[in-house]
Design a protein around this ligand. Structure first.
Ligand SMILES: [Zn+2]
Ligand SMILES: [Zn+2]
Length: 222
């Protein structure tokens, strides 16, 4: 196989401390959440989730938005959960049509307790687009000279595996091989870290079904 067959488009979100609004793509800022919609909460803890990442289609057309949606909202329960292979936050993805949101929630509910290590700082995004190749653990010999797979917060690309990988995951609903849709990173290439902290190697990887991103997701912390 040629190099091209291993190439995947990737986008580093490249967070920078800032003051985003609900109309912006961001990490840790206010969510575009309608007043008549129930705020997501954790089944295990009965606590509200925390708005962690918001990505608009106009800024990130690379994301697999289902028809009729144009914003991805990522929520975390910032407490401990038994997540596939480690302990970490729980994640909820909401794919929303921003054009149907008129009246916003007045105040986002806040959990009564949070693990400090999972709480993001507030950031705007200055995305960096590039081509990414498989991680060293699954990289064929002829690609050895190419730059390593990034462990920064990104969409698309390849998984930055730790000792647990490489693995593939099947969609529990339809059996399709899941694809990493978003990775939250502890260590940003820019050095401007979000100050959340995931696992030994630092990534919370979110896998979704290529047939339908609303099928159940898989989390892998490495
Ligand atoms: Zn929870
Ligand atoms: Zn599926």
């Amino acid at each position: 196989m040629g190099r091209e067959s291993w190439a995947r488009p990737a986008v580093l979100l490249n967070p920078l401390e800032g003051d985003p609004t609900d109309a912006d793509s961001h990490i840790g800022g206010p969510m575009l959440w309608p007043i008549d919609s129930e705020w997501p909460s954790c089944d295990s803890h009965g606590e509200p989730f925390v708005g962690a990442v918001q990505l608009y289609q106009r800024d990130f057309p690379e994301l697999p938005f289902p028809d009729g949606t144009d914003v991805l909202q990522v929520f975390l329960c910032t407490l401990w959960h038994d997540v596939t292979n480690a302990y970490g936050p729980d994640v909820r993805l909401v794919w929303r049509d921003s054009t149907t949101v008129f009246e916003l929630i007045e105040e986002e509910p806040e959990p009564s307790e949070q693990e400090e290590r999972y709480v993001p700082t507030v950031n705007v995004l200055e995305p960096i687009r590039y081509t990414e190749y498989p991680h060293a653990y699954e990289r064929p010999e002829e690609l050895r000279d190419l730059p390593p797979t990034s462990g920064g917060t990104k969409i698309g690309g390849w998984t930055c595996w730790g000792d647990g990988g490489p693995l593939t995951f099947d969609c529990p609903e339809c059996g399709a091989v899941q694809r990493q849709v978003l990775s939250l990173g502890t260590h940003e290439p820019s050095g401007d870290h979000v100050e959340w902290n995931f696992g030994e190697y630092g990534n919370l990887n979110i896998f979704a079904c290529p047939q339908d991103v609303r099928h159940p997701i898989r989390l892998w912390i490495d």
